[in-house]
Design a protein around this ligand. Structure first.
Ligand code: FAD
Length: 419
């Protein structure tokens, strides 16, 4: 059986490692961080319950994730509570899918040739009447998809948004890390090796042979390599391929990889229920036009935690300092709840800001579909001389782009190709 080197111990790397090691392949995972899980990570210190700095929700009935969760004795809890929208100071219950959003859906349904979302809006929704709609489309594409509307595929958004259904969002009890620990145990039990703190900087390869070198100068040789590092890392060119893969480099740049900064604020009580000037009873999600626009609670879990979400190209624009980000978050909460900064700050018990754009092993958050993604994917998901394979959340074609489901599916597909 062959020796397979897997770079990265996120959902994709662990999924492929589990399948291959259980089929008696010799598997070595090289992971840059001192922990497994990649973009799945929970903070167990400080907060009164573990909080997710990365992936948190199961978006809909994602079969592979839910099956794995059942196998790992985990539990998915349906998101409960009310959805609110705050626009120009006006609060409404419900999401922002109003009549104009209906017009948008209709126009998208007539689209036959793909284009980026900005061009689509420009063609169909010009003028002052639609300014508000354009803003909301941009906020949603940036927030949910982390996408740049000048690059994101309108056809892909159409497909994704037609499936949006808040009834089927789940939290994972005890966090997504349960799945990662479970997979890692399976890998080890089947004889696989996971080497932490081993950032890879070079992959030398020829048909049937690879030599992978880490920053410490350690080299490991094998028959195949599966590269599961985030697309952001591939776009940065942190890992050198020898011989070079120029077409792949171009393809990585053609694909979309957005940024997210996540804000975790635990308060001494859920003040939004009663003690804010603007009450948000039974709050599940709030979509707003604040600087940090989206906030949610943990309902049905009662922990008084508000999670803020800031996504899209603006997350990369400046070198955000933690202090500036904190101030932005407070200003946003001040606008949302009509409280003074002092009234908000005095209620904060613990806080943490997870800026994934500055993370050297991610360089962003997750992938989105550009107009060019489909042709780029056809290239990068094709094995190179049955020796070099790419996998991971962004190396996936289907309705769940940018999710744990996409990463698990991609890991499974690449393992099947090798087997
Ligand atoms: C803030 C945030 C929120 C999210 N929310 C959700 C959500 O609610 N629901 C959902 O389904 N998905 C969510 N996602 C997306 C989800 O986390 C990812 O799609 C998924 O975890 C990616 O798994 P992966 O294995 O492809 O990549 P990763 O988990 O990133 O794994 C890649 C691994 O490669 C390692 N690596 C990088 N460079 C090197 C190197 N040079 N050498 C060795 N190792 C290296 C990394 O350290 C990492 O461990 C979120 C992501 C972010 C950032």
């Amino acid at each position: 059986m062959s020796h397979i080197i897997i770079i990265g111990s996120g959902a994709a790397g662990l999924m492929s490692a589990r399948m291959l090691s259980e089929k008696n392949h010799s598997v070595t995972i090289l992971e840059a961080r001192d922990r497994i899980g990649g973009r799945i990570h929970k903070l167990t210190e400080k907060f009164s319950r573990p909080v997710e700095t990365g992936a948190e929700f199961i978006h809909g009935d994602q079969s592979l994730t839910l099956a794995l969760l059942r196998e790992a004795n985990g539990e998915a809890m349906k998101v409960q509570g009310n959805y609110y929208t705050l626009n120009k100071g006006e609060l409404e219950q419900g999401d922002f899918m109003d009549d104009q959003w209906g017009e948008l859906t209709q126009a998208l349904n007539t689209l036959t040739t793909d284009t980026d979302m900005a061009s689509f809006l420009d063609r169909h929704f010009r003028g002052d009447t639609y300014q508000d709609l354009r803003n909301r489309v941009q906020r949603f594409a940036e927030g949910f998809d982390t996408a740049d509307i000048h690059r994101v595929s309108a056809l892909a958004l159409r497909e994704e948004w037609s499936g949006t259904d808040e009834e089927h969002q789940y939290h994972v009890r005890d966090g997504y890390s349960t799945l990662m620990q479970y997979l890692a145990e399976k890998v080890k039990k089947a004889g696989g090796t996971i080497l932490l703190s081993s950032p890879v900087h070079e992959i030398e390869w020829r048909e049937g042979h690879v030599k992978v070198t880490t920053d410490s100068g350690r080299s490991i040789e094998g028959d195949n390599v599966i590269v599961t590092v985030p697309l952001g890392v591939l776009q940065k060119g942190t890992i050198r391929f020898t011989p070079d893969l120029p077409q792949h480099r171009t393809a990585f740049q053609a694909m979309g990889f957005g940024g997210v900064i996540k804000f975790l604020f635990e308060f001494n009580e859920p003040f939004w229920e009663d003690h804010a000037s603007r009450k948000l009873k039974n709050l599940a999600f709030l979509f707003s036009d604040a600087d940090i626009p989206t906030w949610w609670t943990q309902l049905p879990d009662q922990t008084p935690l508000l999670t803020g979400w800031f996504g899209g190209p603006r997350t990369f624009n400046a070198h955000h300092q933690t202090g500036d980000l904190f101030a932005k978050a407070i200003a946003s909460l001040q606008y949302i709840f009509k409280l003074t900064p002092a009234e908000i700050e005095s209620r904060i018990r613990h806080w943490h800001i997870a800026d994934w754009t500055q993370d050297p092993f991610t360089h962003g958050a997750y992938g989105y579909t550009t107009v060019e993604t489909s042709s780029a994917l056809a290239l990068v998901t094709k094995p190179i001389q049955d020796t070099l394979y790419f996998a991971g959340e962004a190396m996936y074609e289907g309705p769940s782009m940018g999710t744990v489901e996409a990463a698990l599916t991609s890991g499974k597909e690449v393992a099947n190709k090798i087997m």
